[in-house]
Design a protein around this ligand. Structure first.
Ligand code: HEM
Ligand code: HEM
Length: 243
């Protein structure tokens, strides 16, 4: 096997996305579809059990935690790498403590969002969870965001999808209470967009994985020319002649 320790760390995030996140997404969407079909089925006895709505909710709650966790994990290798290469612990230890606090606050806000019942608190904890993801994603420009090509960026699509899941969790009670179904319609519209974003995450994530070299190949690959304005764009130093 050609994998070394940094390669395995890099793979943890895609592994969790593929083996846990996407399968759970399939279940969430299946129950969502059944919930809708059951609600719109006007016949006396629907063949679809009444449990599909609560099932969708339970899976959705779990799914939000998985998406937030996988997104944090996606950023963590870059952040840890930034701390080490910038020697932040010796140069600005308070920033390291700040980063650790933001991680803790993000997770704590998510936990409190699950527990909060009052509308105001749900709004506050949802905003804090989302803010945590944004702050970590933009901290010191460590996470690769693809700013100049944001429309094909794994970072921006992933962040948007995570924020939409946090929002879905925040409005659960509104969906149930609202007799006019407005919140339900908002939920459907936003999460159809989220579904597209998840597909794009599968596409942009696999692309990114292909672009990142294996650890032992890095010195060779990064000596190539990545500057689109240079006449030598996409060329690499010629390897030494075979002995
Ligand atoms: C990609 C993810 C998701 C999609 C595509 C989706 C889509 C849907 C759809 C189509 C419905 C049925 C609407 C209708 O009755 O016509 C629904 C209902 C609902 N969704 Fe989601 N949803 C997603 C994620 C979530 C999440 C993460 C949560 C909360 C944590 C959530 C909470 C709910 C609730 C509470 C209902 C009402 C269920 C009921 O009537 O018993 N959904 N969703
Ligand atoms: C819905 C699922 C996913 C979400 C929400 C998500 C989210 C994220 C986020 C927020 C980042 C940090 C920004 C960045 O470096 O671009 C990231 C990094 C990354 N993701 Fe994903 N991702 C998902 C699925 C995937 C999949 C399926 C793959 C590959 C098969 C993948 C591969 C990567 C790679 C290679 C990185 C860079 C990691 C690093 O620099 O250490 N992701 N992801």
């Amino acid at each position: 096997m050609y994998l070394s320790h940094p390669d395995i760390v890099l793979l943890l995030h895609p592994i969790l996305a593929v083996t846990l996140l996407f399968p759970v997404l399939g279940l969430v969407v299946n129950r969502a579809w059944e919930t809708r079909r059951r609600r719109l089925d006007t016949s006396e006895k629907s063949k679809i059990p009444a449990s599909v709505g609560p099932d969708h909710l339970k899976l959705g709650e779990f799914f939000t935690a998985v998406v937030v966790g996988v997104s944090l994990l996606g950023m963590t290798r870059a952040i840890a790498n930034g701390i080490v290469t910038d020697q932040l612990w010796s140069k600005a230890p308070f920033q390291v403590v700040f980063i650790a606090l933001i991680y803790a606050a993000t997770l704590a806000s998510l936990v409190l969002l699950y527990k909060a019942r009052q509308r105001m608190w749900r709004g506050i904890f949802a905003s804090l969870t989302g803010m945590g993801l944004v702050i970590l994603g933009f901290f010191n420009n460590w996470v690769f965001r693809r700013d100049n090509e944001w429309y094909v960026s794994h970072f921006y699509f992933g962040l948007a999808a995570a924020l939409l899941m946090i929002f879905a969790l925040a409005i659960v009670q509104d969906i149930y209470r609202d007799r006019t179904n407005t919140w339900r319609k908002i939920h459907i519209a936003l999460n159809v967009i989220a579904l597209v974003l998840f597909v794009l995450q599968g596409i942009t994530g696999t692309r990114d994985l292909l672009e990142i070299p294996l650890d032992w190949q890095k010195s060779a690959v990064y000596s190539c020319n990545f500057d689109p304005n240079s006449p030598d764009f996409k060329t690499c130093p010629t390897p030494p002649a075979n002995k």
